[in-house]
Design a protein around this ligand. Structure first.
Ligand code: COA
Length: 367
């Protein structure tokens, strides 16, 4: 078995065909819109019409990633899909996506579940599989896709969203995924969806505490006794899983506080390296497994070879990991940006009454 150069060779993104500004939801719930816009940092909620589901979302992102890769379907030896929007307790989402793509043959196909962390695990496993030599130089197709929908009136409702990111893991044309990552996990019931239930049970405040603890543990491990601010400075961007942007702000500020940075230093690093990466997340809403990778895709745009991006992944339950990516020669092309820009330009706008109708159709389908 031979070790081969490994990393992200192409990226495809997809957002569903509908969206609602959070102001519409605020009007419906009788809440000051600034609570959602400023208090949570949200802007728009991506929504799926009744005929559009997770298989459509994941498959289209995969098609787009494949269309930008110079290999053939026959060169794919693994498809791994990270999701918490499973459509079956046994049949993996990867089988539904493979069916859409016509992907058949000597392929390892599976679904990965660990709340919002599942896509990161799938990507890591694909990289490790290739680097171990077990892939025999075949490529992997990795998809992170989710539809985040809460019970109507749930405090998490303004953070809803949907989205998918797909990667072909092959030669590192766009980025190398560093194997030197740092993990932290700790069993908790901060966010979970028991079998047979349509919506997650969310202890929002607890989830925020778990997320902050995970961020502090992972960033401390990353710094490993070095000056943490200097470690941060070497990254062109520091990306987070984005349940909603304010959560990221709170976690990053705590990381800075624990590291002993001045308030000015924390604000400077946040404004320069964290906040810009969340531009697309504000328009997609939470997309669970895809959320971090939408931020990373945004941050990789236009980077020069060798520039680095940090990626903090968190999944309730809870598990977390911080990875670093190193830009390759094709990061500067950023051809994946057009996916998001086109989807956003084309998507239909939903007002409060259309949202009510949409939710009643979802409820019927889930019943
Ligand atoms: N103008 C500006 N800000 C306002 C406001 C207004 N009119 N009204 C409230 N706010 C602010 C609050 O001060 C608060 O900010 P702070 O946290 O910095 O103090 C913020 O808006 C939220 O208000 P809060 O009362 O805490 O909201 P909530 O209890 O209704 O819901 C969550 C907050 C986080 C619990 C809820 O959004 C949630 O459950 N989200 C999902 C959590 C999740 O995704 N977990 C998974 C993690 S992976």
């Amino acid at each position: 078995m031979t070790r081969v150069e490994t990393g992200i060779a192409s990226i495809g993104l997809h957002l569903p065909p509908l969206a609602m500004p959070v102001e519409e939801l605020a009007a419906l719930r009788g809440v000051d819109p600034d609570k959602y816009l400023i208090g949570l940092g949200c802007s728009e909620i991506s929504l799926c019409p009744p005929e559009f589901g997770i298989v459509d979302l994941a498959s289209e992102a995969a098609r787009r990633a494949l269309s930008r890769w110079d290999g053939e379907l026959e060169d794919i030896g693994m498809i791994a899909v990270g999701t918490e929007t499973a459509v079956d307790m046994s049949r993996p989402l990867s089988a539904f996506v493979a069916e859409e793509l016509g992907l058949v043959g000597h392929i390892r196909s599976y679904e990965v579940k660990h709340a919002c962390y599942g896509g990161t695990l799938a990507l890591r496993q694909a990289c490790e599989w290739r680097m171990s030599g077990a892939a025999r130089d075949k490529a992997a197709l990795v998809v992170a896709a989710d539809i985040a929908l809460y019970e109507q009136g749930d405090p998490g409702e303004p953070t809803q969203g949907a989205g998918a990111v797909a990667f072909v893991v092959d030669r590192p044309e766009i980025a190398t995924v560093g194997l030197d990552s740092h993990t932290w996990s700790e069993p908790a019931f901060d966010f979970y969806r028991p079998v047979g239930e349509s919506y997650p049970r969310v202890d929002g405040k607890l989830s925020l505490e778990c997320y902050k603890k995970a961020a502090v543990e992972c960033f401390n491990a990353l710094a490993e006794g070095r000056n943490p601010a200097e470690v941060m400075e070497r990254f062109s961007a520091i990306c987070f899983h984005v349940p909603f942007p304010k959560m990221v702000r709170k976690a990053f500020h705590l990381v800075g506080e624990v590291a002993g940075w001045s308030a000015e230093k924390v604000q400077q690093l946040y404004s320069e390296k964290v906040e810009p990466s969340m531009l697309w997340n504000r328009l997609s809403g939470n997309s669970y497994t895809a959320s971090l990778w939408i931020a990373v895709a945004n941050a990789l745009q236009g980077l020069k070879p060798g520039e680095q991006v940090a990626a903090f992944s968190y999944g309730s339950g809870f598990g977390s990991e911080i990875l670093s990516l190193i830009a390759g020669p094709r990061a500067k092309d950023a051809d994946w940006a057009q996916d998001i820009e086109r989807d956003i330009a084309r998507r239909g706008r939903v007002d409060a009454s259309a949202y009510n109708l949409l939710r009643s159709s979802v409820r019927t389908a889930a019943a």
